[in-house]
Design a protein around this ligand. Structure first.
Ligand SMILES: Cc1ncc(COP(=O)(O)O)c(C=O)c1O
Length: 328
């Protein structure tokens, strides 16, 4: 039995996700061949990268006899929505603590998209006041709930810890299984709380795979993000009892964040419109839209060869589009 199978997993999604050739975009950009892995179609409340993480996190919560799952995220957190959905499915209570990261968002941002769905799945939603730190606010709440005798399982923002990252070790496994057909030169995706890239990078060590994995930062600058990814990937390698990666394996670009996390950029809007019009695929304003803008930027900067086969992992998030109509 290989190590990954030793970790308990609950089926929450549709796997393996398909890999498709973006024919129209490839032609339009006149760069490398671009393929897309449809992790936006993982199932569980419309899909996204958190389905994979939750398949490992939820059994861990059960093992710890959790009665209440608590998690944190930005107001339009996709992770929060998918966690609320997983809890609904498993009959567990869910408390979501949302952090206000945007300077001056319209009312629709505070109420529609993911926030609306969090509530539809039956989660309790609390918005952390702007002048309080979300970690202190959630610590206080959790302490209070525990003192009343409820067994709490806390999932960090983005489901990013070595348990959640196992989901992306498994994603790399899917890619490797199909790679004979494609011979991918690069994998590229959005990186935020770091678990997705950490899992893919740990997977490279675990499966002995050499395809470079490029993260496009959506929140932190390069040095901070590299440290976050490396720390999580190292812990995930330890969990898998495989060799530890080199820090130089962590490749990120921080040129596409714009004014800040969740703040729209001209390039994100262009990329999102392009994918909609040329491929009928919905990106999102916070993650995949900025990541695809990054891919376009790297193509323009001649980072790829014409005969490269680049795999873009679509990590989901289109649920928040309706909360961002004002930006378009
Ligand atoms: C749609 C989407 N894409 C990408 C990411 C980034 O993944 P990670 O937080 O694992 O770096 C997130 C999560 O925060 C997300 O919701």
């Amino acid at each position: 039995m290989y190590m990954l199978e030793k970790f308990e997993r609950i089926k929450l999604g549709h796997f393996p996700t398909p890999i498709e050739h973006l024919k129209n975009i490839t032609k339009y950009l006149d760069g490398p061949n671009i393929f897309i892995k449809r992790d936006d179609c993982t199932g569980l409340a419309t899909g996204g990268n958190k389905t994979r993480k939750l398949e490992f996190l939820m059994p861990d919560a059960l093992k710890n006899k959790a009665k209440l799952i608590v998690t944190v995220g930005a107001v339009q957190s996709n992770h929060a929505r998918q966690t609320a959905a997983a809890c609904a499915l498993m009959g567990l209570k869910c408390l979501i603590i949302l952090e206000q990261r945007l300077k001056d968002p319209p009312e629709s941002y505070m109420k529609s998209g993911n926030v609306f769905l969090d509530k539809l799945f039956g989660a309790e939603v609390k918005i952390c006041p702007k002048d309080e730190s979300v970690s202190e606010y959630s610590e206080k709440l959790i302490k209070d709930i525990k003192s009343k005798g409820t067994n709490v399982y806390f999932i960090p923002g983005g489901g990013s810890n070595p348990v959640g990252a196992l989901g992306y070790v498994e994603c790399l496994n899917e890619i490797i299984k199909e790679n004979k057909k494609y011979n991918f030169s690069h994998i590229i995706h959005a990186t935020g709380s770091a678990g997705t890239q950490a899992g893919l990078l740990a997977g490279r060590k675990y499966f002995n795979c050499n395809i470079p994995v490029i993260g496009i930062c959506v929140r932190h600058k390069k040095d901070t993000q590299v440290d976050k990814i490396y720390t999580e990937a190292k812990k995930t390698c330890e969990k898998l009892q495989c060799n530890i990666l080199d820090k130089s394996d962590v490749i990120v670009y921080d040129d596409y964040i714009g004014p800040g996390y969740g703040e729209p950029t001209k390039e994100m809007i262009e990329a999102t419109k392009l994918l909609a019009k040329k491929e009928a695929i919905l990106l999102d304003p916070v993650y995949s839209g900025k990541a695809f803008a990054g891919l376009i930027g790297l193509i323009k900067n001649k980072k790829f060869k014409k005969n490269d086969n680049v795999l873009f992992i679509h990590t989901g998030g289109a649920v928040s589009l309706s909360a961002y109509e004002w930006a378009f």
